[in-house]
Design a protein around this ligand. Structure first.
Ligand SMILES: Cc1ncc(COP(=O)(O)O)c(C=O)c1O
Length: 398
């Protein structure tokens, strides 16, 4: 490779090079950067695109109220938090955010981390002693798997959503003081949902605790976006709920919500909380304002869902076989990486940005476009997507 190309690759692609490398721009193996992003619109190499793969499901990251709250926090605290929570890093905003998320999740208490990844890693690390056995769904998010691996506990993997397999493991593996079932609430790649009532029933039967990751459930499922317990109308049934502020809440940072006793235990034992600079106050302010907006305007969830229904129905009319999902994640499977990248490129050329999901994120046969909708997509945006898909599918056939 020429020296010039190497430099460009090291720094991110310059726009001249991007123009000549359209396919690479949307190839996850190539570095690229987003020049600008405002709500559901972004710019790559000067090209304006409508994004249909963002986790900013409610469009809150660019909401004027959220931006205003961030500016106020900037004046009051500056950009960074300047310390770990036990030194100077725990501000009024951290306190308010932990109270607000605990209330939103109907729990006594919550602990705030600087990312959702760290929340899972830290909480599971702190929960698992030598007498702990974790039971993990095979398709759990890597942060959950890394957390149980990092802990002193043992773990067993059950097949994805396979309750019979989970029960057989619970039945056969006694002899641990603490047993914890760990699962995503909404699985990020496919948008499928863990069967909460059945898992909780098994947990009761076999005296296990439950740990659900609400990353893609918060703000998306349940009538007002309350998450998986609201979806199944069984509030308070899970022992620990973790999650992130980086998706439907439009900010950054993670949390674990549980009883005051459990949170006190985590606070004392969790190195990922104690020895990491606490979340930026700007992110706290954004997440706090998002929670306020979501409570005041639950219709955002309804809008995001009706956008989702529109897309699903219209793509089905084009002949795509698409599953029913309560969460706004629609997997369009192509089954091989090359075809998936080509589909993404055809959409890109028609003004749509959907990053292709190919190995190693998914197995080759699971290569797909993961479509998500936002509350801020307009009807025109949705129609552009459907039209672009229609043409892209024809291109793929030729
Ligand atoms: C299911 C799940 N859990 C945890 C995370 C990590 O959250 P964050 O991006 O805030 O680190 C993600 C997102 O990437 C996720 O999809």
């Amino acid at each position: 490779m020429r020296a010039e190309s190497l430099i460009v690759r090291g720094l991110g692609l310059c726009s001249k090079r991007l123009e000549t490398l359209v396919p690479d721009e949307i190839d996850p193996r190539s570095p690229f950067f987003v020049g600008r992003r405002q709500g559901p619109y972004l710019e790559i190499s000067g090209k304006r695109l409508v994004i249909f793969c963002s986790n900013d499901y409610l469009g809150l990251s660019y909401h004027p109220g959220v931006r205003g709250a961030v500016l106020e926090a900037l004046e009051a605290f500056g950009a960074g938090s300047g310390g770990a929570p036990s030194t100077s890093g725990f501000t009024r905003l951290h306190h308010e955010l932990s109270e607000a998320i605990a209330e939103f999740k109907h729990r006594e208490s919550a602990l705030i981390f600087s990312s959702g990844y760290l929340a899972n890693l830290g909480a599971l690390f702190a929960l698992g002693d030598r007498d702990t056995l974790f039971f993990c769904d095979r398709l759990n998010h890597p942060s959950l798997l890394d957390g149980v691996r990092l802990s002193k506990g043992d773990h067993k993997i059950y097949e994805h959503l396979d309750l019979d397999h989970l029960e057989s493991l619970l039945r056969d593996l006694k002899g641990y003081k603490t047993r914890i079932i760990v699962t995503d609430s909404v699985f990020s790649i496919d948008g499928d949902v863990a069967p909460l009532p059945e898992i909780v029933e098994l947990a009761k039967k076999y005296k296990a605790l439950t740990f659900f990751d609400e990353a893609h459930a918060t703000g998306t499922v349940g009538e007002k976006g309350g998450g998986i317990e609201d979806l199944f109308d069984v509030r308070g049934s899970v022992d620990l709920l973790s999650g992130t502020f980086s998706k439907a809440l439009g900010s950054q940072g993670g949390f674990v919500a549980a009883s005051s006793r459990t949170i006190a235990h985590l606070k004392g034992k969790c190195r990922h909380y104690q020895y990491s600079t606490s979340l930026s106050p700007l992110c706290c302010a954004a997440a706090l304002e998002s929670l306020r907006i979501l409570s005041a305007q639950p219709e955002l969830v309804t809008t995001m869902r009706s956008n989702f229904d529109f897309i699903r129905e219209n793509l089905r009319r084009l002949g795509l076989s698409l599953p029913e999902r309560p969460a706004p994640i629609l997997p369009v499977l192509f089954g091989d990486a090359g075809k998936t990248r080509k589909a993404a490129k055809e959409l890109y050329l028609r003004g749509i940005f959907i990053a292709p999901l190919t190995p190693p994120s998914v197995p080759e046969a699971g290569s797909r476009l993961r479509i998500t909708t936002m509350a801020t997509h307009t009807e025109a945006d949705l129609k552009i997507l459907v039209g672009a898909f229609d043409e892209a599918l024809k291109e793929l056939k030729d």
